[in-house]
Design a protein around this ligand. Structure first.
Ligand code: 4NP
Length: 191
């Protein structure tokens, strides 16, 4: 976390001091990433990812839009699972106002990057958006931590509270990588 904080801090310094073009206005961090997290029900894993990355980005002063969706639509309109809400709250993040929505093909147009929580989710996404599916902007979230290993975020839906804590921890770690990756890209763009 300290390494991440230092990275963000140095980026902010670069942003303030940059004399080249394009130039960032003082105290204004142009970093408009739109990221979507996708799981099956959009009530357990992807709402955690949305809450975690949005919280990290906001704390870093980044203007990122972070959202989430699910491929099965069974829980459309519902709030996140009560244990996802509980675990997020224990970690200082309020996800209670999120509502489940289904992943649609148009999402491929509307986000810069889309992270699937697991391989079955990725297959569902290809089925839902066969023409628009773009492998360049879709990735398994855990490939940001374990490159090329195609690991799944374990689904806590069928289990008990410890599974939600485990999901939170691994998603949090992966989101730190995502934040660092895309804020570093902005440093290079504006340095
Ligand atoms: P999620 O977990 O994909 O992490 O939200 C699930 C929640 C509900 C179901 C499956 C997975 N379900 O089949 O209802």
């Amino acid at each position: 976390m300290r390494e991440l904080r230092d990275s963000i801090k140095s980026w902010q310094v670069v942003a303030r001091r940059s004399n080249g073009r394009p130039r960032l206005p003082t105290n204004h961090y142009i970093c408009n990433m739109k990221i979507l997290f996708v799981c099956l029900g959009n009530i357990c894993r992807s709402p955690l990812a949305e809450g975690i990355l949005q919280d990290m980005a906001s704390r870093a002063g980044l203007h990122w839009a972070v959202e989430s969706a699910g491929t099965n639509g069974y829980h459309t309109g519902e709030p996140p699972h009560h244990l996802s809400i509980k675990v997020a709250k224990e970690n200082g993040i309020d996800i209670s106002r999120q509502r489940s929505r289904i992943f649609v093909a148009a999402d491929l147009n509307n986000y810069d990057m889309i992270y699937a929580m697991a391989g079955d989710v990725l297959e569902d996404m290809k089925r839902i958006a066969p023409k628009k599916f773009d492998a360049k902007k879709v990735e398994l979230l855990l490939n940001e931590l374990y490159v090329g290993e195609n690991r799944d975020v374990p689904d806590p839906w069928y289990g008990t509270e410890p599974g939600f804590h485990e999901a939170f921890a691994i998603i949090h770690e992966a989101c730190e990588s995502v934040l660092k990756k895309y804020s570093d890209k902005e440093i290079k763009k504006y340095a």
